[in-house]
Design a protein around this ligand. Structure first.
Ligand SMILES: [Zn+2]
Length: 409
């Protein structure tokens, strides 16, 4: 991609509306556009990152045997009245009537809708178990939207639902999701903690939360200074007696054993082996995708900008030409790299070197290639590895091999 043709318009100044570091870098680097408070558009650069996060999620969900679907964001209110959650979520639901006076809402979550699917299509225990998931926008009329994507009115969730004949089946699917989630967050480049949590408005008995440590987090955990384990509360570590200190955390995932809370109310039941009717045993599993996105930045950045993990960066490398290095030479390097599967953002603009570097840091690709003096004199391309700040000089021939190794391709 040529920078001069891209929809990347970085800001020189820190945006005044930015409430935290990730919010600042997302606006400054032209990843996001703030439509109004709590409402955002993903610009081309942001969508490239979002797509990569989604692909990682899909890979691990599909590997676990889950099947992707896409449910409607518009939901009839009558189904919410059946579970009584129209009352629980009344304050945050976007509700309205259609032209026939039918009450609708923009879905804040999808337990009701997915349980309804099971009621309609599943008759026998032989159709169980299965897991369905989707990646979709959800809506909450937030009283106080804040911190950019962290708490917004329209947000993207990956929500999954498991369906089993009994508790043992649920336990197995729950364990599968726990494993998949750990793999997803690890691949996205965030250090996370898993804790047992309250089930709150979702109901059910067992639940686990996935959290990332950050000053802007709205949740609190207690971290042991001795063994680094996290706990929900307390002053002393129950395991090593070390002292506990408070740590703010961002919740990025939450999984629940729902049991039959929704299936019994909505009459989603199957005939078991003995021909007896039984409510389906369910679990639900959420990842706040649009919260994971800025959380990655909160834990992967420096003073200059975002340092994206290789797995989710918008491009693999930024290529910067300096001085009189010919466009054709840089275009050829870009071509060679792209042919080996490396995505290049080639800054071909005729502007000051400082501006090019500044933008390369704001975009945050993990490698910056520099074709300047060292290229004109010695035919060498300089590489800045953002994460380690390591600097290398390689010949054209060595370059493709270097990246093939770095990216295992
Ligand atoms: Zn301890």
């Amino acid at each position: 991609m040529l920078f001069s043709k891209s929809f990347i318009y970085t800001l020189r100044e820190d945006p005044k509306v930015a409430e935290c570091l990730s919010h600042k870098y997302l606006l400054k680097g032209c990843f996001l556009h703030m439509v109004s408070s709590g409402i955002y558009s993903y610009l081309p650069l942001g969508l490239r990152v979002l797509d990569k996060i989604n692909k990682i999620i899909q890979k691990h969900m599909n590997k676990s045997g889950a099947q992707q679907l896409l449910m409607s964001a518009l939901q009839p209110m009558d189904i919410w009245k059946k579970t009584g959650r129209d009352k629980d979520l009344e304050e945050v639901m976007f509700k309205f009537k259609d032209r026939k006076d039918k009450e609708l809402c923009l879905g804040p979550t999808h337990e009701e809708l997915v349980t309804e699917l099971a009621r309609k299509y599943v008759r026998s225990y032989k159709q169980l178990p299965f897991i369905l998931y989707q990646i979709q926008a959800k809506y909450r009329d937030e009283p106080r939207p804040r911190l950019g994507l962290m708490r917004s009115c329209e947000f993207i969730m990956k929500d999954a639902y498991s369906f089993d004949i009994d508790q043992q089946g649920l336990d197995e699917n729950y364990a599968k999701m726990l494993t998949a989630y750990k793999a997803i967050f690890k691949e996205c480049g965030v250090d996370f903690v898993v804790t047992e949590a309250d089930s709150g408005v979702m109901g059910g008995d067992v639940s686990h939360e996935f959290m990332v440590g950050s000053e802007i987090g709205e949740d609190v955990l207690f971290c042991c200074q001795g063994c680094n384990k996290f706990f929900k509360q307390g002053k002393e570590c129950p395991e090593c007696k070390g002292s506990l200190t408070q740590q703010k955390m961002i919740e990025i995932g939450h999984i629940f054993k729902l049991g039959t809370k929704y299936s019994s109310v909505l009459d989603a039941s199957v005939l078991d082996k003995e021909g007896k009717r039984k409510p389906i045993v369910m679990g639900c599993y959420g990842i706040g995708v649009s919260r994971l996105f800025p959380s990655i930045i909160e834990v992967n950045h420096d003073d200059k900008g975002i340092v994206w993990p290789k797995s989710v960066s918008p491009y693999d490398v930024s290529l910067v030409t300096l001085g009189g290095v010919a466009f054709d030479d840089a275009a050829q390097i870009t071509h060679v790299l792209e042919n080996s599967g490396i995505d290049v953002l080639f800054d071909d603009r005729d502007i000051a070197a400082g501006v090019k570097f500044n933008d390369a840091y704001l975009v945050g690709n993990p490698y910056i290639l520099i074709m300047g003096k060292n290229y004109s004199k010695n035919n060498k391309i300089d590489i800045e590895v953002r994460k380690t700040e390591e600097k290398l000089s390689l010949s054209k021939e060595e370059l493709a091999n270097f990246f093939k190794k770095e990216y295992n391709i």
